[in-house]
Design a protein. Structure first.
Length: 202
């Protein structure tokens, strides 16, 4: 009888599973905007240019988002560190885990500094000189960066890149368990019931 009860408990309480759901914000075809929505999240994007008088978010073709420094002749519209360190701030409506960022217009010496909730992670930056491509996908999941605001900054005079997409993981959300797992639990419960009846009859 204990086997049947255990199997039924597994069936009833094992069905809800918990997963972390990725949410992607794609900037490759959206033009410039200050606010985006996806997967129940709201994202506000702002720009700054340290050392200048500020900055605005820019967008060119499908290359993604960049920064136009205010008060200087900045025709590139990329994140760059020439004369001032450009910054893109991605502020989410709730705390999330940073999963990956796709960079475009990446050169051989481009470096990106990451700030989480305003904290400068000096030892954590992307050195894209190791990645030979004009479009680079950088995965942050092993680091488990968690917060509501992530800032990407160009720190050197030879940096120049754009942000094409931004993917985060929401806090774990209950979703239905996969169908095969449900049938496996159900079959285990029936098997336990069959064995219990067989023992009771003998």
């Amino acid at each position: 009888m204990r086997v049947v009860v255990l199997c039924l408990c597994l069936l009833l309480f094992g069905v809800p599973a918990v997963f972390s759901l990725p949410v992607e914000f794609d900037f490759s075809s959206s033009g410039v905007s200050s606010q985006y929505s996806a997967g129940g999240l709201t994202l506000d994007v702002t720009a700054d240019s340290l050392g200048a008088t500020g900055g605005t978010v820019t967008w060119v073709n499908s290359y993604g988002l960049g920064v136009k420094a205010t008060g200087k002749n900045d025709s590139s519209g990329t994140l760059d560190g020439s004369g001032s360190d450009d910054v893109l701030n991605f502020a989410f409506s709730e705390d999330v885990f940073l999963q990956e960022v796709v960079f475009s217009r990446v050169g051989s010496k481009d470096e990106v500094r990451l700030l989480v909730d305003g904290v400068n992670l000096f030892d954590t930056f992307i050195d894209t000189s190791l990645l030979v491509s004009s479009r680079v996908t950088y995965n942050f999941l092993p680091e488990n960066f968690f917060g509501s605001t992530f800032s990407l900054m160009a720190i050197d005079s030879d940096d120049s890149f754009r942000v094409q997409s931004f993917t985060v993981n929401t806090v774990d959300t209950p979703v239905p368990a996969p169908e095969p797992a449900t049938w496996l639990l159900f079959g285990t419960a029936l098997g336990g019931l069959f064995l219990w009846r067989k023992r009771s009859a003998s």
